[in-house]
Design a protein around this ligand. Structure first.
Ligand code: 6PG
Length: 482
C-alpha cells in the first residue's frame, strides 16, 4: 500500500502495448505512475521489462490501484472499447471519490462518452473521453491527444497530458477539445480522414503499379520522393517502407503476399454514420469505408472476377514520368477534399452538440503524433488562422492556388484509370464532390421535380420565394403552397 508521500500523479488501467507504452511515457517524463491490469501477469510483465525506466506503483486490485493515486485521482483506461470499458469505468467510479477523474483513452463512440460523462457527473466523478492517436509507437514517444470533458478536469489533466504528447514547433499536440463527447468525436473524424488518406495512397499505388507498370520497389522510391515535398506525411512514409519490404519466405514483394482485404475496427464507419445524421457529405471518407468493405467481400469478388465484362480497355501508352506526376497531384487534390469534408463534419458536430470546437486548434495538434500527421496540416492551421469562418477549406487562398495546378492532372488520372478499368473510388468521388461544389446547376432540380410529381413535396423557384407544386395529375398548372 502506498504512503501519502509517494502517491502516483496519474494511473493507467489496461496494460496491453498501448497502455504499457503510455504508462512508460508518463514515467519517462518524471511522473509517478500507478499501473493496473485485470490479469496481473501483464502488470508483472511491464514491471519486469520496464520497471527500471521510472517510478511505477503496480497494483493487483483496482482498490489498491485507486488508493495509490494522489487526489484528485486521475486514471486513464486503455482497454478495448465497449463492454470492457464499461466494466472498468464502473469499478473505478465505485472505488473513487468526489472530484476524481476517469479518462477513457480508447476509441469509444462519442455518444457513449456523452452518456458516460452525464452518468459520472451525477455520481460526482469527472469523465473525460480522450482520443489518443499514434498507435503503440506514438503512445511511447508522443501521441496526439484529444481530450473532451469538463473544463475543470482539463485544468488538472492538461499539464500531465502536455508532458507526454508529441511536440511540434514547441507546441504540445494536445488541447481541451470541448465538453463531454467532443474529444472522441474529433478522434472519430480523425480516423475517417485517416481512412480516406490511406485509400488515396492505395489508389495512387494501384495506378503506378498497374497503369504505369512500376514495381513495388520503384513505387516505394517514388513515395520516398513525394515524402520530401507537400505530401510529406507519416502515412506516405510508412507506405514507402511497406512497399520496399521483401517477403522472407517467398522472396516476393511483401505487398504481393498480403491478402487484399482491408479490415476496419469501426471508427471510419462511425464517421460516415455521424455525417449522414448531420447532413454533411463526407464522400471521400465514405468511399474509403466502402472500399474496405468491398475488398473484404471476397466471395462476391471471386464470383465476379472474369465474369463481369470489362468492356474495351485501353493500354497505358503515356509518358511514365508525366503520369507519375499527374498521380501525385491527383493524390494531393483528393487529400484536400478528405480534410475539407472532415473539417466540415467537425464544425457541424460542434454546432449540433454545442462543443465550440476550434478547427485551428485541431489542425495544430494533428501536426504531430497522430496517424494523419503531415506537413500539410500547417496549411490548414494557416487557413483557419486567416479565416476561422471558412465555408470550405478548399476556398482558402493556399488551397485555391494549389488546386489550379492540380485539377488538370486530377482529371487526366481519372480518365486514364477509367479507360484502363482501374478502380479509383476516392480519387473519382472527390473530383465529383469538387465539381458539384463548383457547379452552377446540379441535377437536384430534376429530383425536386420528381419528388413533387409523385409526392407533392413542392419545390422552390429560382425567380421568386416560396414553395410551389404543379398539379401533375390535373391540369398541370402550378400552385403556390407557401
Ligand atoms: C490511431 C489509429 C487507431 C486505429 C487503429 C485501428 O489514431 O492511432 O487510428 O486508433 O483505431 O489503428 O484502425 P482501423 O479502424 O483501421 O482498424
Amino acid at each position: 500500500m502506498s504512503t501519502p508521500e509517494n502517491l502516483a500523479h496519474i494511473g493507467v488501467v489496461g496494460l496491453a502495448v498501448m497502455g504499457s507504452n503510455l504508462a512508460r511515457n508518463f514515467a519517462h517524463k518524471g511522473h509517478t505512475v500507478a499501473v493496473y491490469n485485470r490479469s496481473p501477469e501483464k502488470t508483472r510483465a511491464l514491471m519486469a521489462a520496464h520497471g527500471d525506466e521510472g517510478a511505477f506503483l503496480p497494483s493487483e486490485t483496482i482498490e489498491d490501484f485507486v488508493a495509490s493515486l494522489e487526489r484528485p485521482r486521475k486514471a486513464i483506461i486503455m482497454v478495448q472499447a465497449g463492454p470492457a470499458t464499461d466494466a472498468v469505468i464502473e469499478q473505478l467510479a465505485e472505488a473513487m471519490e468526489e472530484g476524481d477523474i476517469i479518462i477513457d483513452g480508447g476509441n469509444a463512440l462519442f455518444t457513449d462518452t456523452i452518456r458516460r460523462e452525464q452518468e459520472m457527473a451525477a455520481r460526482g466523478r469527472h469523465f473525460v473521453g480522450a482520443g489518443i492517436s499514434g498507435g503503440e509507437e506514438g503512445a511511447l514517444t508522443g501521441p496526439s491527444i484529444m481530450p473532451g470533458g469538463p473544463t475543470e478536469s482539463w485544468e488538472t489533466l492538461g499539464p500531465l497530458l502536455e508532458s507526454v504528447a508529441a511536440v511540434v514547433d514547441g507546441t504540445p499536440c494536445v488541447t481541451h477539445i470541448g465538453p463531454d463527447g467532443a474529444g472522441h468525436f474529433v478522434k472519430m473524424v480523425h480516423n475517417g480522414i485517416e481512412y480516406a488518406d490511406m485509400q488515396v495512397i492505395g489508389e495512387a499505388y494501384q495506378l503506378l503499379r498497374y497503369a504505369a507498370g512500376l514495381t513495388p520497389a520503384e513505387i516505394s522510391e517514388v513515395f520516398r520522393e513525394w515524402n520530401a515535398g507537400e505530401l510529406n506525411s507519416y502515412l506516405i512514409e510508412i507506405t514507402a517502407e511497406v512497399l520496399a519490404q521483401v517477403d522472407a519466405e517467398t522472396g516476393q514483394p511483401l505487398i504481393d503476399v498480403i491478402v487484399d482485404a482491408a479490415g476496419q475496427k469501426g471508427t471510419g464507419r462511425w464517421t460516415v454514420k455521424a455525417a449522414l445524421d448531420l447532413g454533411i457529405p463526407v464522400t471521400g471518407i465514405g468511399e474509403a469505408v466502402f472500399a474496405r468493405a468491398l475488398s473484404s467481400s471476397l466471395e462476391q469478388r471471386r464470383a465476379a472476377q472474369g465474369v463481369l465484362p470489362s468492356g474495351e480497355l485501353a493500354t497505358f501508352d503515356g509518358d511514365r514520368d508525366a503520369f507519375i506526376e499527374d498521380v501525385r497531384r491527383a493524390l494531393y487534390a483528393s487529400k484536400f477534399v478528405a480534410y475539407a469534408q472532415g473539417f466540415d463534419e467537425i464544425q457541424a458536430g460542434s454546432e449540433e452538440y454545442g462543443w465550440n470546437i476550434d478547427p485551428r486548434d485541431l489542425a495544430t495538434i494533428w501536426r504531430g503524433g497522430c496517424i494523419i500527421r503531415a506537413k500539410f496540416l500547417n496549411r490548414i492551421v494557416e487557413a483557419y488562422d486567416a479565416n476561422p469562418e471558412l465555408p470550405s477549406l478548399l476556398l482558402d487562398g493556399y488551397f485555391l492556388g494549389e488546386l489550379s495546378g492540380l485539377i488538370d492532372s486530377w482529371r487526366r488520372v481519372i480518365i486514364t484509370a477509367t479507360s484502363l478499368g482501374l478502380p479509383v473510388p476516392v480519387f473519382a468521388s472527390s473530383l465529383s464532390y469538387y465539381d458539384s461544389l463548383r457547379a452552377e446547376r446540379l441535377p437536384a432540380a430534376v429530383i425536386q421535380g420528381q419528388r413533387d410529381f409523385f409526392g407533392a413535396h413542392t419545390y422552390g423557384r429560382v425567380d421568386k420565394p416560396g414553395a410551389f407544386h404543379t398539379l401533375w395529375s390535373g391540369d398541370r398548372t402550378e400552385v403556390q403552397t407557401s
